[in-house]
Design a protein around this ligand. Structure first.
Ligand SMILES: Cc1ncc(COP(=O)(O)O)c(C=O)c1O
Length: 351
C-alpha cells in the first residue's frame, strides 16, 4: 500500500483519479484505488507566499463573502513539483522557470497586471519551500486572481487589471512514478473545451470540464478519462496529456487539440528524441487509434506518468507497461530525483 500521510495544505475539495483522492476541508484525504477507499490525515503547511511576502498559513484569510464573488475572481495558476534528492539530501524544483513563464502567459491571457517577473516568481517558490522547511517531494500551487473587493472594475467581468493578487503554497506530495501499474481509461462523453470557449492554453482554474469527465470515469469504474474535442479528435485527460505508441512511433495530440501546453509533454518528447532515439509525432489522433495503440500513457506534473492498459475496455494487450513507456518512466524518474545529471539544468536547488 502507498504512503498516504500527504501534507497537502489545500482546504478545498480536490479530485484526482487513481492514486490520488479527495481532500476535505478538515484535511482528511480519501484515496480511491481500484474501488478501494482509504482515508488518511494530511497536515497543514506553515506558510504561504502572498504578494511578495512569506506569511503564516493561518494569517492568510479571506472574508467568507469572497466566496460569493468567486465568479469574478478569474483565477489562473500553476502546478510544479520539487523532488527530494536522497543523495544530496536537498529538494530540487523541476523546470521552475518554464512553469513561471507559463504562469506569466496565463496572467497575460486573463488580462491581469503582472507585478512580478518570472524570475521573481521563481525566487518566490524557492523562498516558500525554504520557509516551510519541506524535506520531501512536494507540489507547489501558485495562483493569481482578481481581488474580489477591489474597486476599479470597468463593468461585470472587466476587473481592474491592477487588482491582480499572486499567492503560492506548497505541501508534500509523494511521487507515484515508482509504481508502473497501468490504469484503465474511458473516452469521456463530455467534450473538451476549446480555445474559442475557455482556452485550455490558460492554466486557469476552470476545471469543471475536467471534473465532469473525472467523475464520470470514476462512477463508471474507470481510473481516468480521455476527452475528445469538438471535432471528435483526442485531446487530453483531466489534468494530464496523452501519448500513444503505434508501430514504434510515439504520438501525442497537438496543442490545438484542446490541450494545455504541458511542460511534462515537452520534457518527454525531448527525452524520447534525444535519449531513446524514438520517432515522436505531434498530430491529430482519432478515437479508434486509442483502441489499436500498442502502448499509451498519461503525463503531467501532478499526474507524473501513468501507463494505460485499456481504453473503453479495449485492452492494449498487456497489464504491464510497454517498452517505450517503461523506458521513459525510468529515465524521467532518474532525472527528477537527480540520478541522471545530464539534465541538471532542469533542476533548481532549494538551499
Ligand atoms: C488540463 C491539464 N492538462 C495537462 C496538464 C499537464 O501539464 P504539465 O505537464 O505542464 O503539468 C495539466 C497539469 O496540471 C493540466 O491541468
Amino acid at each position: 500500500m502507498r504512503t498516504f500521510d500527504l501534507t497537502n495544505p489545500r482546504s478545498c475539495l480536490i479530485l484526482h483519479v487513481r492514486n490520488m483522492g479527495i481532500e476535505d476541508r478538515n484535511h482528511r484525504l480519501t484515496i480511491f484505488e481500484r474501488g478501494k477507499r482509504m482515508t488518511g490525515k494530511s497536515s497543514k503547511a506553515r506558510h504561504l507566499w502572498l504578494n511578495g511576502e512569506i506569511v503564516p498559513w493561518d494569517g492568510a484569510t479571506v472574508h467568507i463573502t469572497a466566496l460569493g464573488s468567486l465568479l469574478n475572481v478569474g483565477t489562473v495558476g500553476e502546478g510544479l513539483r520539487a523532488y527530494w534528492n536522497a543523495d544530496k539530501r536537498k529538494l530540487f524544483v523541476f523546470r521552475l522557470r518554464d512553469h513561471m513563464e507559463r504562469f506569466d502567459d496565463s496572467m497575460k491571457l486573463q488580462r491581469m497586471d503582472r507585478p512580478y517577473t518570472p524570475e521573481q516568481l521563481s525566487q518566490a517558490v524557492v523562498d516558500l519551500l525554504k520557509a516551510d522547511g519541506l524535506l520531501e517531494t512536494s507540489y507547489i500551487s501558485p495562483r493569481a486572481f482578481f481581488d474580489p473587493f477591489a474597486s476599479g472594475s470597468a463593468g461585470p467581468f472587466v476587473e481592474d487589471p491592477a487588482s491582480a493578487q499572486v499567492m503560492m503554497y506548497a505541501g508534500a506530495r509523494p511521487s507515484i512514478l515508482p509504481d508502473p501499474t497501468p490504469i484503465h481509461c474511458c473516452v469521456s462523453s463530455w467534450t473538451r473545451q476549446s480555445d474559442s470557449m475557455v482556452p485550455p492554453r490558460i492554466k486557469g482554474f476552470n476545471y469543471q470540464n475536467n471534473r465532469l469527465a473525472a467523475w464520470e470515469a470514476h462512477i463508471n469504474g474507470y481510473d481516468n478519462a480521455v476527452l475528445l474535442n469538438s471535432t471528435g479528435k483526442v485531446s487530453e485527460a483531466p489534468a494530464a496529456c496523452l501519448f500513444i505508441v503505434r508501430d514504434g512511433v510515439v504520438i501525442t495530440p497537438t496543442f490545438t487539440s484542446g490541450t494545455l501546453e504541458s511542460i511534462t509533454r515537452r520534457t518527454l518528447m525531448e527525452l524520447y528524441r534525444n535519449e531513446l532515439g524514438a520517432a515522436v509525432v505531434e498530430r491529430e489522433v482519432d478515437r479508434t487509434e486509442l483502441y489499436v495503440a500498442d502502448e499509451a500513457f498519461l503525463c503531467g506534473t501532478g499526474a507524473e506518468m501513468k501507463p494505460i492498459a485499456s481504453f473503453d475496455r479495449y485492452s492494449l494487450g498487456t497489464e504491464t507497461p510497454g517498452p517505450l513507456t517503461e523506458a521513459i518512466r525510468r529515465l524521467y524518474y532518474d532525472i527528477l530525483t537527480g540520478k541522471n545529471s545530464q539534465y541538471d539544468h532542469w533542476l533548481t536547488e532549494v538551499s
